[in-house]
Design a protein around this ligand. Structure first.
Ligand code: 13P
Length: 329
C-alpha cells in the first residue's frame, strides 16, 4: 500500500496536475471530425505524440491518462511505448479502465458505466504493462427529478467496486463522479446534487475499506447550469465547490483533481485559482481534457507544420493551471 500512497501523492505534487488524454476512439473521432481532421489510429497517435512530447511538459504535468489504443502505441521519435516514454520523463502513466456508458433507465435516460466484469484481469495486465493509476467515470444528469436514487446508488456502488479492484491490483484509482452541468439549474442545485453524490460515493468507498490516502477524487466543480442566464461569479464557484468538498470528502484523501466538464479554458483556470486561495485540507489541482487540449487541437488541425504552435498553446494552459493549482494567478 505504501507504493500506492506515494503514487497518489506524486499525482498531486505541488504545482502539477493531470492531463486527461483518454478520449475513447468515438469521442476522439467526434472532436477530430468537428475540425475536419481524419480520425485513424495513426492520426490519433500523431496528436497524442504532439501533446506528450511538448518540451518541459513534466514541469506542469504529473500524470497522463491514456486510452487503451494509445497505451499500446509508440512515440514517434524514440519508438518507445507511451507508458515507458512518459515514465522516462518522470510522468506517471494512467489508464482509463471503464468501457464507456450504457443506458441505466429507458425513461429517465440516465446512464451507468460499463466495464466491471473483466476489470480485475485488465487492471493486473495494465500494471504489468506500466500503468500506475486508473480512471473510471460515472455520470449524473440534473433536472427537477434527477439524478434518481437508482443512479446515485448504482454509480456509488460501481465506483467503490472499481476502486477496490484497483487498489488490490496496485493501481491508484481516480474516482470520477461527474455531475453534468448541462441545463438551466442554479448553482445551489449543483451544490445540492454534488453533495448528495459525493456523500453516497464516500459512504460506499468506506464500506469497501478503500484506503483514502491511496486514491484521488476527480469531481466536477459546482457551477451554475450552462444554460442559466445568471452565472455565478468566480468567487461564488470557489466558495460553493470548496464548501461541498469540505462537507463530503475525508481529509485523508491526498488530492482532488477537477475535470473541466465543458467550461472555457479561462474559467476552468480561474475557478481553480480562486479555490486555491481558500484554506483546504487537500491539494486541489486539475485533471482536464478539453480545457488543456481544445486550443492545441484546433491549431494542429491534422497538419504537422502546426505542431510547435499547438504545443505552445497546450504548454501555456498547463503552465497557467500549474500556477492556479497554487493560487498564484
Ligand atoms: P474534461 O476536462 O474535458 O471534462 O475531461 C476530463 C475527463 O477526463 C472526463 O472523463
Amino acid at each position: 500500500m505504501n507504493n500506492l500512497i506515494k503514487t497518489a501523492l506524486k499525482m498531486v505534487e505541488s504545482g502539477k496536475g493531470i492531463l486527461a488524454a483518454d478520449e475513447s476512439n468515438p469521442t476522439c473521432t467526434k472532436r477530430f471530425e468537428s475540425l475536419a481532421i481524419e480520425s485513424t489510429p495513426t492520426s490519433r497517435n500523431a496528436y497524442r505524440d504532439l501533446l506528450f512530447s511538448a518540451p518541459d511538459i513534466e514541469k506542469y504535468i504529473s500524470g497522463v491518462i491514456l486510452f487503451n489504443e494509445t497505451f499500446y502505441q509508440k512515440d514517434l521519435s524514440s519508438q518507445a511505448f507511451y507508458p515507458e516514454f512518459l515514465s522516462r520523463k518522470n510522468i506517471l502513466p494512467g489508464i482509463k479502465v471503464d468501457s464507456g456508458l450504457e443506458l441505466l433507465d429507458v425513461y429517465t435516460k440516465e446512464q451507468a458505466t460499463k466495464g466491471l466484469h473483466d476489470l480485475e484481469k485488465k487492471a493486473l495486465q495494465y500494471y504489468i504493462d506500466g500503468a500506475r493509476f486508473a480512471k473510471w467515470r460515472a455520470v449524473y444528469h440534473i433536472d427537477e427529478s434527477l439524478p434518481s436514487q437508482k443512479s446515485i446508488d448504482r454509480n456509488a456502488n460501481d465506483l467503490a467496486d472499481y476502486a477496490s479492484i484497483c487498489q488490490s491490483s496496485n493501481l491508484v484509482p481516480i474516482v470520477e463522479p461527474e455531475v453534468l452541468m448541462n441545463g438551466n439549474h442554479s448553482i445551489a442545485k449543483s451544490y445540492e446534487v454534488t453533495s448528495k453524490v459525493l456523500h453516497s460515493v464516500f459512504k460506499e468507498l468506506s464500506k469497501r475499506n478503500i484506503i483514502f490516502e491511496a486514491m484521488i477524487l476527480k469531481p466536477n466543480m459546482v457551477l451554475s447550469g450552462y444554460n442559466n442566464n445568471q452565472q455565478a461569479s468566480i468567487d461564488e464557484v470557489a466558495k460553493w465547490t470548496v464548501k461541498c468538498l469540505k462537507e463530503n470528502v475525508p481529509s485523508d484523501v491526498p488530492g482532488i483533481a477537477f475535470l473541466s466538464g465543458g467550461q472555457s479554458d479561462e474559467l476552468a483556470t480561474l475557478h481553480l485559482n480562486a479555490m486555491n486561495q481558500l484554506q483546504n485540507p487537500w491539494k486541489l489541482t486539475f485533471s482536464y481534457g478539453r480545457a488543456l487540449q481544445s486550443q492545441a487541437l484546433q491549431i494542429w488541425a491534422g497538419n504537422q507544420n502546426n505542431i510547435l504552435e499547438a504545443q505552445n498553446a497546450f504548454l501555456e494552459l498547463a503552465k497557467a493551471n500549474s500556477s492556479a493549482s497554487q493560487g498564484l494567478l
